[in-house]
Design a binder for this molecule. Structure first.
Ligand code: NAD
Ligand code: DAU
Length: 333
């Protein structure tokens, strides 16, 4: 049994990870989260008090981080500013949290000689052509497009440097687009589901040809636990579940599953610098560490996700109006 410190555990993927760890291991978990607009304590309801603790705080707060690192066996670092559209409007918080925050954690990991796993994204590799037979691998050169992805790329490089120069016991994973419960309504799938639930039309950027490689958040969680357990220090592992779909296909599925005509959506202004396609080759994780995804039926996973948003309006409703107002101001409402 280990004591895990999970940064960003009140966000989408972090909270899914915490639920997964409590249900599938005997580890205890402390969440360190600033509770920005993206953090939600309601995502952590129902966890057992003897195995779960919540600490509100900033990963840039070196004194707090130092204290918490001294009390744990391993750290899983999810905390980030995570939304590309926000990074195009106001990049500064992305530099603070993704770069300075990760630096602050790495300095504490170095001091306490603690196992550290850094959560990152496939977006550090830039994008692929629609007909490119290659996918991203651990060898693909970094080529980020947005302020968000460039700060995540920067944070990955900090981790690599702290491993090589200071012997920090870190691993990195770069995962593709996650879906599932507890995802903020600013993101593509929850935005469209909650639009339809409210009688609004989904909003597709540009022509909707952009491809994302969807993975269920639980498969991301099982992959991270596998890397924590069996990953080689200093190494990077790509996480993906062969879930490529273009945005138009996803919107049509959401509409159909909610009993609407498949073409009842609007095209809106495209995202500047919009990455065309992401695709992950996760051979290394599968062959070296024996990981396999379990949620391979996207349509079934999407139906479960739609049901979760239908049943949990109280969780997302407080964020919906303010999020849509922001999109309207950007011409994407
Ligand atoms: P999210 O925006 O839903 O959650 C981020 C969490 O971090 C929030 O709870 C927020 O309050 C917290 N946070 C932000 N700044 C903080 C700070 N300075 N100190 C402490 N806490 C802070 O993000 P997400 O989608 O769950 O992504 C989590 C991680 O996974 C990120 O590192 C992201 O880059 C990575 N990732 C996300 C995806 C995806 O599809 N969403 C895919 C691959 C990797
Ligand atoms: O690939 C992993 C990344 O996936 C993570 O690193 C990011 O944190 C996460 O936000 C996600 O980034 P994307 O930019 O791919 O996700 P988003 O949900 O913002 O958009 C998915 C696709 O849908 C993208 O092509 C843009 C498009 N889109 C998005 C919104 C919000 C629309 O067409 N309409 C929309 O309203």
């Amino acid at each position: 049994m280990s004591r895990l410190l999970v940064t960003g555990g009140a966000g989408f993927i972090g909270s899914n990870f915490v639920h997964y760890v409590i249900a599938n291991t005997d580890h205890s978990v402390t969440v360190l989260d600033k509770l920005t607009y993206a953090g939600n304590l309601a995502s952590l309801e129902g966890l057992p008090a003897d195995r779960f603790r919540f600490v509100q705080g900033d990963i840039c707060d070196a004194a707090l981080v130092d204290e918490l690192f001294g009390e744990h066996d391993a750290v899983v670092h999810y905390a980030a500013e995570s939304h590309n559209d926000n990074s195009l409007e106001n990049p500064r918080p992305f530099l603070d949290t993704n770069i300075i925050g990760t630096y602050t954690l790495l300095e504490a990991a170095r001091k306490h000689d603690i196992r550290f796993h850094h959560i990152s994204t496939d977006e550090v590799y830039g994008d692929l052509e629609l007909d490119d037979p290659e996918k991203f691998t651990e060898q693909t050169p970094y080529n980020p497009s947005s302020p968000y992805s460039s700060t995540k790329a920067g944070s990955d490089l900090l981790v690599r440097a702290w491993v090589r120069s200071f012997g920090v016991k870190a691993t990195i994973s770069n995962c593709s687009n996650n879906y599932g419960p507890y995802q903020h309504v600013e993101k593509f799938i929850p935005r469209q589901i909650t639009n339809v639930l409210r009688g609004e039309r989904p909003k597709l950027y540009g022509k909707g040809e952009n491809v994302r490689d969807w993975i269920h958040a639980n498969d991301h969680s099982s992959a991270v636990l596998t890397i924590l357990d069996k990953g080689e220090i200093g190494e990077t592992y790509l996480i993906g579940a062969d879930g490529e779909k273009n945005n138009k296909e996803v919107v049509e599925l959401i509409l159909t599953q909610l009993g609407q005509p498949a073409d009842a959506y609007d095209h809106v202004v495209d995202r500047p610098g919009h990455d065309l396609r992401y695709a992950i080759d996760s051979t290394r994780l599968r062959t070296e560490l024996g990981w396999e995804p379990r949620f391979s039926d996207f349509e079934a996973g999407l139906a479960d996700t739609i049901a979760w948003y239908r049943d949990n309006e109280a969780w997302w409703a407080p964020q919906k109006d303010v999020t849509e107002a922001r999109y309207t101001a950007q011409g994407q409402g």
